[in-house]
Design a protein around this ligand. Structure first.
Ligand SMILES: NC(=O)c1ccc[n+]([C@@H]2O[C@H](COP(=O)([O-])OP(=O)(O)OC[C@H]3O[C@@H](n4cnc5c(N)ncnc54)[C@H](OP(=O)(O)O)[C@@H]3O)[C@@H](O)[C@H]2O)c1
Length: 244
């Protein structure tokens, strides 16, 4: 199977690429900074594309069996559009090139039933901080992205993780179409769950939640790292390079 991964240079994206190569897949990794991409493999192609550029997205998607999106941007109080506009361009490219299968990351906070039953501090302090303040514009755009997938005639799966953290390897995790109480998801488990969806096709045209069950992160450290994670600024455009 050949797949194209958007957001491939991100923290989940790199795990997705590594795990897909380990499964024998041919992978095209899409990034705005191919020179920084750390993985090298005979089955890997690294493609430069900004997801806001429809022509570049179409070039990246063409010729693959499936698309994976691990796109992400840091939380911001300003409007975020990368999820919805990026997915609109991906879906248009899929239709234009005859690719039907797409698996995309969203977030459990987008689920209208979002309720982790997490106790007083989690429910009254952390969750409002994350979903209504820090992450408000992120989740608004992810909601739009999910709507585009739902309204499409393609074979989509939305995967909603809870708070992301790192583990050295894939651990025990649960995937459910129903309500999930798990508050954390390891990025390795998230990548594994997405690739399994491609193989097993268990949740086509459905949104599922994924949560890690056997390991818990240090909550304070995890929140600080996610809250203050800053992506590098995007690379200069050709026009900016000429002007410099
Ligand atoms: N953090 C959490 O606790 C949490 C919880 C639930 C869901 N999520 C979701 O999980 C997903 C993955 O998160 P993550 O932290 O692993 O990702 P990440 O490290 O933030 O990486 C996201 C990648 O997206 C790429 N990207 C951003 N804008 C782009 C653009 N315009 N064109 C092309 N590529 C672009 C960037 O790659 P380049 O710069 O190389 O182009 C970046 O490396 C995100 O959708 C996030 O919202 C996160």
């Amino acid at each position: 199977m050949s797949i194209v991964v958007f957001g491939a240079n991100g923290r989940t994206g790199q795990l997705l690429v590594r795990q897909a190569l380990d499964r024998g897949m041919a992978v095209t990794a899409v990034t705005r900074r191919p020179g920084d991409f750390p993985i090298d493999d005979g089955n890997l192609t690294v493609e430069r594309a900004d997801v806001f550029d429809p022509a570049a997205v179409e070039r990246a998607v063409a010729g693959h069996d499936a698309v994976i999106s691990a796109l992400g941007v840091p939380y911001s109080r300003r409007e975020i559009t990368v999820y919805s506009r990026g997915m609109a361009n991906i879906l248009a490219a899929m239709r234009a090139t005859g690719v039907r299968r797409v698996v995309s990351i969203s977030a459990t906070a987008v689920d209208p039933r979002y309720d982790n039953q997490g106790g007083y501090v989690f429910e009254r302090v952390l969750k409002p901080l994350i979903s209504r303040t820090m992450g408000r514009t992120t989740y608004a755009d992810q909601r739009l992205m999910e709507g585009l997938l739902r309204d499409s005639d393609l074979d989509w799966t939305v995967i909603r993780p809870s708070g992301l953290f790192e583990t050295d390897a894939v651990t025990d995790y649960v995937v459910t179409e129903g309500f999930i109480t798990g508050k954390f998801t390891s990025r390795s488990d998230l990548a594994d769950a997405m690739l399994r969806e491609l193989g097993e096709q268990a949740h086509v045209r459905a949104a599922v939640a994924v949560a890690t069950v056997s390991v818990r992160p240090n909550l304070v450290r995890m929140i600080m790292r996610e809250a203050f994670h800053r992506a590098d600024p995007p690379p200069p455009t050709a026009g900016e390079q000429r002007a410099a």
